[in-house]
Design a binder for this molecule. Structure first.
Ligand code: 5GP
Ligand code: MN
Length: 335
């Protein structure tokens, strides 16, 4: 199926499910809300589903109350997937990123599937794969998709705002993954009437007080710099989560602070979750955290931003990470 066949298929109203990844970020939420709204305006029945809750900073987003959280209503989510004639998957590259829903989608036979994504090494999980690793965000690609499918006339301020939110969060306000073409698209999106200054305030300057306290604690008490390996590590334990009342999303962005240090090229945040240890990796320069995450922590993502997870204890995980560093000493030095 190509994009024109899909566009033709959508000339009559269809039953569509849009699904994005666990621990949804601004790009997952923004791309889903934008495409969901546009397809609904075109007359389709659309259900957006995310495996787990999104951070409350996105509560203001247009149509956010239409999103189902799989963890809250698994049976409804599975039924919607079984009933859909088209499933659009956004911002992930393998079905294990959506847990049980991935298994369900894997076993479907008559349902059309589309993947729009910008992660490295996408698995062939859809009939139509609209992927580009150089793209800043899935939201940027959804905008491309809308244009190529001939749906631009359906874009409104709300669709544009959701796409801009995804672009802003995935680029860290245009710091990472920007290309000249992105700014052309951003200019087009602003043309729908977005107040960019107000949008940035909504996304980045509305944090609860506890976030800055947590950040201060991480930098003062939980940060370790391994000069020899140009690496910085921050760890957070279960007790820290309780002490600072940390919720999903509250640790977002903390790992990036390590990269502000001149000597740090590899930044690692290790957090103790209820059942797993989660790792966030960032890098600057050529060092591929995607390979590091993939080879040692069953993870992946992008060259300069990846994640992974492991079963075990926090201290064992920190030990494992440190024991891996010597073999990367040379590539970290030259990165
Ligand atoms: P974060 O560190 O913000 O959780 O994730 C950074 C990037 O890595 C995101 O693009 C995200 O999709 C990807 N990522 C995070 N965790 C995992 C994981 O467990 N597996 C895979 N394949 N990718 C991940
Ligand atoms: Mn993304």
């Amino acid at each position: 199926m190509n994009i024109h066949e899909l566009s033709h298929y959508l000339n009559v109203p269809r039953d569509i499910v849009i699904v994005s990844h666990r621990n949804p970020d601004g790009d997952a939420v923004g791309s889903s809300l934008a495409l969901g709204r546009l397809l609904r305006k075109a007359g389709h029945t659309v259900q957006m589903i995310m495996p787990s809750e999104f951070p409350p900073i996105f509560n203001w987003m247009p149509d956010i109350d239409r999103v189902w959280i799989y963890d809250h209503r698994p049976d409804d989510a599975i039924k919607a997937i079984q009933k859909a004639s088209l499933i659009v998957m956004l911002d992930f590259n393998s079905l294990d990123r959506i847990d049980r829903m991935g298994e369900e989608i894997h076993h479907l036979t008559d349902t059309r599937t589309v993947l729009i994504d910008h992660h490295l090494d996408p698995e062939p999980i859809a009939d139509l794969m609209f992927t580009e690793v150089e793209a800043s965000s899935t939201s940027e690609l959804v905008f491309d998709f809308i244009r190529e499918a001939g749906w631009l006339s359906q874009v409104d301020l709300e669709v544009a705002t959701s796409l801009m939110t995804g672009i802003l969060t995935d680029t860290g306000s245009f710091k990472y993954n920007t290309r000249a073409v992105l700014f052309h698209k951003v200019a087009d999106l602003l043309g729908y009437g977005i107040d960019l200054n107000e949008l940035q305030i909504r996304i980045f300057n509305t944090l609860p007080v506890k976030f800055l306290r947590l950040l201060g604690y991480c930098l003062h008490r939980r940060m370790e710099i391994l000069e020899e390996y140009h690496t910085g590590i921050i760890t957070l334990s279960k007790e820290d989560y309780e002490r600072f009342d940390i919720q999903r999303g509250d640790t977002e962005g903390i790992v990036n602070y390590l990269l502000m240090l001149q000597q740090v090229k590899f930044a690692i945040l290790i957090t103790e979750q209820p059942t797993i240890i989660k790792l966030s990796f960032r890098s600057k320069g050529d060092f591929s955290v995607q390979e590091f995450a993939r080879d040692h922590f069953k993870g992946g993502g992008h060259r300069n931003a990846s994640g992974g997870a492991i079963y075990g204890t926090l201290s064992k995980t920190v030990k494992k990470v440190k024991s891996l560093l010597p073999q990367y000493a040379q590539s970290l030095k030259s990165a």
